[in-house]
Ligand binder design. Sequence first.
Ligand code: F6R
Length: 610
Amino acid sequence: MCGIVGYVGESKAAPLLLDGLRALEYRGYDSAGAALMEDGAFTIVRRAGRVEQLSEPLAQLHSAAKIGIAHTRWATHGAPTEINAHPHISADGRWAVVHNGIIENADALRAELETLGIAFDSETDTEIIPQLLGRVSGFEDAEQGTPLDVLLDVLPLLEGSWALGILCANAPDKLLCACQGSPLLVGEGEDGLYLASDYAAFGENVHKVYRMTDGEIGVLTRDGAAFYDSRGQALTKPAEEFSHREQGGGKGSYTHFMRKEIDEQPLAVSRTLEQFFGGALHAAAAGDFRLPCQLPHSPRKVWLVACGSAYHACVSGKYVIEELARIPCEAVVASEFRYQYPLIGEEDLAVFVSQSGETADTLAAVREASARGAATLGVVNVAGSAIARACDAVLPTLAGAEIAVATTKAYSAQLAVLYALALHFAKEQAHEEPEFEEALRRLPESIQAALSTEDAAKAAAEQIAGADHAYFIGRNLDYAAALEGSLKLKEISYLHSEAYPAGELKHGTISLIEAGTPVIALACCERLLPKTAANIREVAARGARVFAVCARGNGEHWGTDSVISLQATHPLLMPSVEVIPLQLLSYHVARIRGCDIDKPKNLAKSVTVE
Ligand code: F6R
């Protein structure tokens, strides 16, 4: 989602800001802009569309400015137009602001300022901030208060969340920053100070990082960074050592990060599982299964809370925890959990699953569960992220940096952690599950074997790519996999698809099945095969083209058009195996349809607004 970069130092700011924005592109955005300050005057460049569109106009400025801020915007308030792109400027032209987050009382503040005669340029909530800064500093003699004083007066007027980068024409050597509920980092480099909303924006120059916490303000100059609390008291902040690594290790020989990350899944899952087995999964020295963190003993109920694909991992997790450990478990979408007055309490464990560790709804759900007394566990891929810090305990997924917006390897690592959690609870209840445990150790191999379905997935993609709609069906864990397969297909190929429990289709949606409608039928859940086979026959009888995903040579005689065959593993682990051909299918459909696979339109990698 939105990204912030800023710089003040000895070097020219424009190329450094552009490099920072490029590194943040993976987060998803729809417009970009930058403000450079030289001799107390701003130059602003903004464009709807890609960061690359800023590159030429910025170069043509030949600016020697050594201080600036820049932003990638993912539209919330107002369309993704040039006028709504950040930075926003105060009516008096003295303040420039970039902002991540949402100002919830922007409408009321805007109405007040408009009655005072201040005209707004954009439809954004962000513009309220420079306008307030301009107004507050304009009340008094502008020379009296420092920009820090003005900011200290303005921040208490705002409700919502923010990470801010601010320039003030009256203080041409200062870059101000502030954060509340939205991440912000200050990097110390050889040639100056860098501001960023994400580590990824820091290049090789940066060797120390200060992580800002809620309520803090920073004043950065070429001589160093000073930090203050919300009352303006100076703070001493510890810095973390930082060394730059290319995000995701680059694409290598792959055309897309997504395709590379699909292939990285055996490694992501094996690294993640090694934490539970004391090292390499099969080495003679491999230890017994053990949870690497403390959790409350046998909770009354387990809640699995997340958004999007991470929620789909939770749906699988619910089936597995209930079947293996016999503990009641509920999978809930984070944005619903928060407002449903959840009946969660001190005897419960709430598990929050998130690749980025920043998802606003999931973070808010952690706070809701904590306030209700539940123990909280984060399953996150980004160490030190907001969700990791907010939870009582953390079980990391060790998938490595995931760059493609559509998750693949982080999703697989999330499933692996949830299986391990199920095994832990089963053992606590004295249910020994040796077959499950052995199959779990071998899960990376099972996933590796599933990668050989690429030709079959590609052949199915060629037949599906021209369709307008597709349906995914399955029962039990196959339904959980269907949810993920359907989301993957629609988000990267823009082909409309829906997932249904296979037995549910005939209660309404089957009316949409006509000659040639693609139905992807997941039939790996052994004990329900006859039931799923009957549902496949129902859609085939109405003309659907059925692409079945099956194990053990099943599926040939159920009226299917084609069968993608998988090697079976433990039935409770099949979601990890069957999702592989679904990811490959989506990838090839999107490729055939000429879509921007790594950066699908309208999507963001980190969803930091509600
Ligand atoms: C889909 C996808 C999203 C995320 C969701 C949650 O491919 O990636 O649905 O799973 O936005 O994000 P995290 O896991 O960062 O909380």
